[in-house]
Design a protein around this ligand. Sequence first.
Ligand SMILES: Cc1ncc(COP(=O)(O)O)c(C=O)c1O
Length: 433
Amino acid sequence: MPTENRQIRLEVDELPKQWYNIIPDLPEPLPPPQDPETGPSRVEQLPNLLIRTCLGQEMSTDRWIDIPDGLRELYLQAGRPRPLFRARGLEKALGTPARMYYKSEFYSPTGSHKVNTALAQAYYAREDGYERLATETGAGQWGTALSYAASLVGLKCTVYWVRAVYRWKASRLNFMKMFGAEVHASPSDKTDCGRELYDKDQNHPGSLGIAISEGLEDAQRDPKAAYCLGSVLNHVLLHQTVIGLETQKQFEKADDYPDLVISCLGGGSNFGGFALPFVGDVLTKGKKTKFIAAQSDAAPNLQGEYRYDHADHAEITPLLKMYTLGHQTSLVPIKGDGLRYHGCSPIISLLRHLGYIDTIAYPSDEKHVFQRALMFLRTEGFLPAPESAYSIACAIDEALKCKEEGVEKVIAFNVSGHGFMDMEGYTEVLGLE
Ligand SMILES: Cc1ncc(COP(=O)(O)O)c(C=O)c1O
């Protein structure tokens, strides 16, 4: 078997020195956050909630934003740059003429791409003199990433974790605690907004929107605490562009270029981080690449309405212009729970609205996506996170279309995390017991 391009590596000194901010390259101005018609101003509250540098990045129109040297050190410590693999085993099994490449965010120390922004937010929070970080988590990947980042930079961390997932991921809970984090099942009795729901139903499954409200309320009350969000916001997608920027350099080395860029999408940080540098090439260099965001039909937010909505359940955040299913809509829990969120990042939403991004939503029984993950495991050898199984399913489905149509496309997909702590999910859905 030819080994050429099987693994495309970057040297340590090829780690990007800047992130890519797509805002100045968008075909239309990004609609800004707004206040609802009634109640106190949420927009004016933002400087009290978000880390100063992150808020500056949120509004920035600079195309390139420097990654501080101290943070680049942390990226190196976390094992960046990460390899790009050519999926030759999978291609052979599928008998596809497509050339398939995947980025290996599963090499992350905590198991997902979330460390890329966790390290940035923790780094800036320490610079600003905060002592504690407060956040939400859905799948648990973001909570673990922030617990890890807080520990590396010497801050405390409090995590509100959607109860439906908290209940079944015992090892991930202990993982967060090992980093020194305090973790509460959400809705909890620790905040006013959590208590209101918890008192009515102590088994309330929770949602990411509720957990975000709890993290925000916690940080609002304590001047030494900064609130950190793991997805949706512009600065989060910005930090994640390190993935796509590395991938672009790797494609240059492989002397190839993707026709199709695929990744899974909950709030948009994974998809955005991987795809936005390539979207930039379409917007500014005339490239013809297509983009597909893979979702669950438990939360097909990109098929919702494009309108202003809150990012959280208790309406603490400003209104963001985004594709949304409604911020208080109940969504059925799934194993790939990191994809269960009512809204999609304003940047990705605008690009979708303008026709640059396609989407697919897979059935919420997850049998199809987990079967595809199994095929990937058996041919490529890596166990993906349940969320990443959606990227893989979409990439395989597209490679099979190439086979049917006899076209030789180049397909790039991101495997955003590993599934070592998600075996119960695989066992249940695939009926392995
Ligand atoms: C492994 C993994 N991949 C992808 C995602 C989706 O990321 P986002 O919500 O930013 O789209 C998550 C979210 O938790 C995740 O844990």
